[in-house]
Design a protein around this ligand. Structure first.
Ligand code: PAF
Length: 283
């Protein structure tokens, strides 16, 4: 089995990245919260293709979880995660503690306005502030040439791109296509909260969203198609719909009819102990 270094402190991780840079190597960063699956591996593999050295991070970031969310039960599987990262070609893993990332007296916020008030930001207040706080720290700490994020969390990707642009962080933010199971269910660490029967229901999420995306793409009115999709999800067995909305891919402004813009249908819905999200291009 390939073994790769695990860095627990910012100083150790930085020293390694600086050595790579001195040797003229490009560096790719793959931030994760662990609980890794094939979707994360696609990020590492995409990074390995583009960068000379890839460092993945594993940190369950407490500041992006709201009260009553799954911070305590979020999967923590460090040994298996490190083995998977090594297998996929990662050159190192950064696994800091909470006190390493948020030392006593930590007081700084990073907030992207606008993009974070809609979709998941509407029902998970403060979530994206936690994401931008931790991702800006990881980017500053490692100073990679590029950083990779999954398109399943499309809004997160849009927020991080905007943050990097607004703060002139010298990094390329790259999105990687969602990895799905053979029925089209987007892979997610939170799928692990579902029973076998619930997984069958969850597989309808992608089917229903894609149907709505097709209807909007062929002239349907977005709000009507989103309502139809929400009803279909409830009928399929989802307990509650958080949102089903069609929005511009970059600005995340609402879209009612597909014209020349690029837009996507976004969904979040509750099933058993999980809140699932997904999105599809409307074309
Ligand atoms: O997408 C995730 O797993 C997290 O939000 C991230 C980007 C690693 C920040 O904690």
């Amino acid at each position: 089995m390939t073994s790769i270094p695990i860095f627990r402190t910012v100083a150790d991780m930085r020293a390694q990245v600086q050595d790579w840079r001195t040797d003229g190597l490009s560096v790719g960063l793959v931030p994760t919260m662990g609980g890794l699956h094939a979707g994360h591996m696609a990020l590492v593999k995409a990074a390995v293709k583009k960068a000379d050295r890839v460092i993945a991070t594993i940190f369950v970031n407490p500041t992006q979880f709201g009260a009553g969310e799954d911070l305590d039960s979020y999967p923590r599987t460090e040994d298996a995660d490190v083995a998977m990262i090594a297998q996929a070609g990662g050159a190192g893993v950064f696994v800091p503690s909470v006190s390493e990332m948020y030392p006593e007296g930590f007081a700084t916020r990073v907030e992207v306005d606008g993009l974070t008030n809609v979709l998941c930001g509407g029902t998970r207040p403060g979530h994206f502030n936690g994401v931008t706080q931790i991702v800006s720290k990881l980017l500053n700490q490692s100073q990679p040439d590029m950083a990779f994020f999954g398109e399943k969390d499309w809004q997160q990707l849009a927020v991080i791109r905007r943050m990097a642009r607004d703060l002139d962080i010298p990094v390329q933010i790259l999105g990687v296509a969602t990895v799905r199971d053979e029925y089209g269910l987007a892979l997610s660490s939170r799928n692990g909260y579902l029973s076998a029967a619930e997984i069958d229901v969850a597989r309808q999420f992608n089917v229903i969203l894609k149907k709505a995306a097709y209807a909007i793409g062929t002239g349907g009115i977005a709000s009507e198609e989103c309502n139809i999709a929400a009803e279909a999800l409830l009928a399929a067995g989802f307990q509650k719909i958080d949102y089903i909305e069609c929005r511009d891919s970059d600005s995340l402004e609402p879209v009612e009819r597909l014209e020349s813009q690029s837009c996507r249908i976004f969904g979040a819905a509750f099933l058993g102990k999980a809140r699932l999200i997904d999105n599809h291009l409307v074309a």
